[in-house]
Design a protein. Structure first.
Length: 264
């Protein structure tokens, strides 16, 4: 098999975005596939002796990712690392995107010290969502900091803000906090493009949705609030996390086995 890219040891770290929430798959470790698994499947098909680990856990804040995942990731001696962190910090009331970025800067510097290729992610434009839309300004400031951090350390940026198709509601799971399978596939294609890897993953460009009656949209918003928003608020009040008791789905480097007949 000819090698089409230089990476053989890929480690993904982060929170629910990287864990793959919103893209359920009973056959995948942890029960979720997600964009990182899809990227690993493509990379594994294009080189020999490829191994992949994913230590991301839902709900993790930036400092938790630094403390719990960074050093373990480096101990695996990866040549490719993807890291998405800080999103859960940004959505917390009163958060400071500049202070969060300072800590993220230190994380990227550490991950780059051994020469691994590092891919980081800007936050998507969430102006259309009921709750996340309230932090659109902080997200934009944080994104500008992330571009500067990537330039400083020679990291790559998968620019989710520029991926305007992610504004389509069908790119999001019913909880409106995580991406749907369509969204994860679209993000996987963007990551592979950022790496300069040839692939057959086709990003989704769905036809525009028809306008819905106001009453129908309002009823849907109220149902979403009861099912997803209220539990999220309660966890904040109780200082608990959706990731409490959850362990990484792929804590160690292992071969990627994909028996699907569909494209990644």
């Amino acid at each position: 098999m000819s090698t089409r890219h230089p990476w053989t040891r890929y480690v993904a770290i982060g929170d629910s975005f990287t864990e793959g929430l919103g893209d359920p798959d009973p056959g995948a470790p942890g029960g979720f596939r997600g964009w990182a698994d899809r990227v690993a499947e493509v990379l594994a098909h294009q080189t020999e002796d490829f191994a992949y680990a994913n230590t991301a856990i839902r709900g993790r804040l930036l400092q938790q990712i630094i403390d719990e995942q960074a050093e373990h990731a480096l101990s695996l001696h990866p040549d490719l690392i993807t890291v998405s962190a800080g999103g859960n910090d940004i959505i917390r009331p009163g958060s400071d995107p500049d202070e969060i970025a300072e800590r993220f800067d230190g994380l990227i510097g550490r991950l780059r010290q051994d020469g691994a290729t590092v891919v980081l992610f800007t936050g998507p434009d969430v102006g259309m969502t009921p709750v996340l839309g309230l932090v659109r300004g902080r997200t934009a400031i944080y994104n500008e900091n992330l571009h500067a951090i990537a330039l400083k350390h020679g990291a790559l940026v998968a620019d989710m803000w520029a991926l305007r198709v992610l504004r389509d509601p069908r790119m999001w799971a019913p909880d409106r906090l995580h991406h749907s399978p369509m969204g994860h596939a679209t993000i996987a294609a963007a990551v592979l493009d950022t790496l300069g890897v040839e692939h057959g993953v086709r990003p989704e460009f769905p036809e525009p949705l028809a306008a819905r009656p106001w009453r129908e949209a309002r009823a849907e918003d109220l149902g979403w609030a009861r099912e997803y928003l209220v539990p999220w608020v309660v966890r904040r009040i109780r200082h608990t996390s959706s990731g409490d008791g959850v362990t990484p789905k792929r804590p160690e480097l292992d071969a990627v086995v994909d028996n699907r007949s569909d494209t990644p």
